[in-house]
Structure formats: structure tokens, C-alpha cells
Write a protein that binds this ligand. Structure first.
Ligand SMILES: C[S@@+](CC[C@H](N)C(=O)[O-])C[C@H]1O[C@@H](n2cnc3c(N)ncnc32)[C@H](O)[C@@H]1O
Length: 276
């Protein structure tokens, strides 16, 4: 099978038509770091290059994923039954709908991603799963996400919703108005809703991280490292639940996820906040 002039190797039938397999994508680089199979040589090359400069990157990605699972369980425990997961990525073990349905049967989940590989693969995984849907959209276009989510009929914005923005806002440069997009999402939510964010930061990071950030530009979008204050501003009007915005491993760790003495090494913050 030929995709944009490249030979797609055997066993990669999951590749949607029109994908440029010669250009790395952040979703597939992340998939590779998590040990997934939905990535190409070009993604693995870039991931290896980033890893050689920031040896903790694999740990960061895994730590983010573990945080997401912990937080979804926490949110289910707070009574949340509707999840809007934006920048959801290529499905991997312990997806949000699996965690949510396990913790709170009857929950509904809408996945949103800009990457066609992530969207197609999510669609395949969700075939036959009640209460879960997927949309291909850009987090910068909050109005469209809200409208398309409404059309799916899976989320009622009159009731509390958890909006998950895990590892996605740092792909939106300042010039593209990430603050306005998040504000539009916050405004659409009913009291009792939650906003979850994990986000890369330069706080406490060595200079190699900045260089790796430049490399990330080859995935199409440079990663915007933001400070704790900048990330906290995305929660404007909401109340951060304990322990606030912290380096990812510090967010309500389970006993089996011990926090070492350098949680800042993951180079990313996490927080969950409630409306009203
Ligand atoms: C690092 S992965 C995070 C996946 C998952 N949320 C997690 O935390 O495990 C980032 C995802 O964000 C997606 N993404 C990047 N820019 C985006 C945008 N502007 N709108 C929507 N999704 C985007 C990428 O395609 C990728 O799947």
C-alpha cells in the first residue's frame, strides 16, 4: 500500500489514507514513548533524539499517563460521569473510557484529537463501546469542539463535565490564543464541573530541555514551556483541588507510585480544578 509516496510496512493497515509517514507527529512520538506500536521510523528517530537530550522524557510521558488515570478515578469519585478528553492521543492501555467505566459504570466519554491516526484508531477501539465517541478537532477551536460534542449526544453541558487537557496545551503557541480557547471551554461548563491540565514547563529544568523543545518543532508544533503562574491562569475562576498545581508525580500519588526526591525532573505540572 502506498501512502503519499511511501511504502507502508506490512501490519500497518491502521494507517489512515493521506497520512504523511515521512513527517513525525506528536501523537505517534508519544505512542512510541509509551511503548505503543502506532508509530513510524521517523517518529522513533525523533523520539530517540529527544530522549538522548532529555533522558527523563520517557518517565515524563509515563508519569503523565499514570496521573491521568489517577485523576479520572478521582473525578469519578467526585461524581463526574461525563468526560471530554481533548488531545486524547493514540489509545493505549488504560484509556480514559476504560478507567471511567470501571470506576463509574454508565459514564460517557468524548475523545478529541487533531491527529488523524489518533482519531481513526480511537474510532476502531470504540466501535461497539456504548457511551464513547471521537471527534477530529483542534483544541484551539473550542466552539467547534463544543458543538460537535453536543451533536454526538453523549455529553449534556447542563450537567457537570470533566474537561481533560492532558499534555496538549503546550502544543498551542501563545500567538494562537490558548487562554481564550480554555476560557471558552470553562464558560461552557455547569457548576460542579472540573478542568484537568497537565503541561510541560521550563521551571526547574536544565538547558538541554530547551534544546529538546526546539527539536519538538519538527513534529509540526514547537512545545511551549510555560511557568506555574501561566498554567494556573488557565484555571481562572475555578478552584484547584488539593494539592494544587504540582509537578506531575506529586498529584495525589497512589501508594504504588512513590514520589522520588526530584519530581521536577518530569518537567511538567498537573492540576485539577472545580467550577463553583
Ligand atoms: C502528548 S499526547 C497526550 C495524550 C493524552 N492526553 C495523555 O495525556 O496521555 C498529545 C496529544 O495532543 C494532540 N494534539 C496536539 N495539538 C493538538 C491540537 N491543537 N488540538 C487537539 N489535539 C492536539 C496530539 O495529536 C496528541 O495526540
Amino acid at each position: 500500500m502506498t501512502v503519499e509516496g511511501s511504502l507502508v510496512p506490512e501490519g500497518t493497515e491502521w494507517v489512515p489514507a493521506g497520512i504523511d509517514v515521512n513527517r513525525p507527529s506528536s501523537a505517534r512520538v508519544y505512542d512510541y514513548f509509551l511503548g505503543g506500536a502506532h508509530n513510524f521510523a521517523v517518529d522513533r528517530q525523533l523520539a530517540d533524539q529527544i530522549a538522548s537530550m532529555t533522558p527523563n522524557i520517557g518517565e515524563t510521558m509515563r508519569s503523565n499517563r499514570v496521573f491521568l488515570r489517577r485523576a479520572v478515578r478521582y473525578l469519578a469519585g467526585q461524581g463526574i460521569r461525563q468526560f471530554l478528553d481533548i488531545g486524547s492521543g493514540i489509545p493505549t492501555a488504560g484509556n480514559v473510557h476504560e478507567i471511567a467505566l470501571d470506576a463509574a459504570p454508565g459514564s460517557t466519554v468524548v475523545y478529541v484529537d487533531i491527529d488523524p491516526v489518533a482519531v481513526e484508531h480511537s474510532r476502531a477501539i470504540l466501535a461497539g463501546v456504548d457511551g464513547a465517541g471521537v471527534i477530529c478537532a483542534d483544541v484551539r477551536d473550542a466552539d467547534r469542539i463544543l458543538a460537535e460534542t453536543g451533536k454526538l449526544g453523549l455529553i449534556d453541558f447542563e450537567r457537570p463535565v470533566a474537561v481533560l487537557l492532558a499534555g496538549v496545551l503546550h502544543f498551542v503557541p501563545d500567538g494562537d490564543g490558548p487562554g481564550a480557547a480554555v476560557a471558552a471551554l470553562r464558560a461552557a461548563l455547569a457548576p460542579g464541573s472540573y478542568l484537568l491540565i497537565s503541561h510541560a514547563t521550563g521551571d526547574g529544568q536544565p538547558p538541554e530541555v530547551i534544546e529538546a523543545q526546539r527539536l519538538s518543532a519538527r513534529t509540526g508544533t514547537e512545545i511551549a514551556l510555560r511557568t506555574a503562574a501561566e498554567i494556573t491562569a488557565y484555571f481562572d475562576g475555578f478552584t484547584l483541588v488539593e494539592p494544587g498545581l504540582v509537578f506531575i508525580p506529586r498529584w495525589r500519588p497512589d501508594p504504588q507510585d512513590p514520589v522520588d526526591e526530584h519530581p521536577e525532573r518530569v518537567g511538567a505540572y498537573a492540576g485539577v480544578a472545580r467550577k463553583g
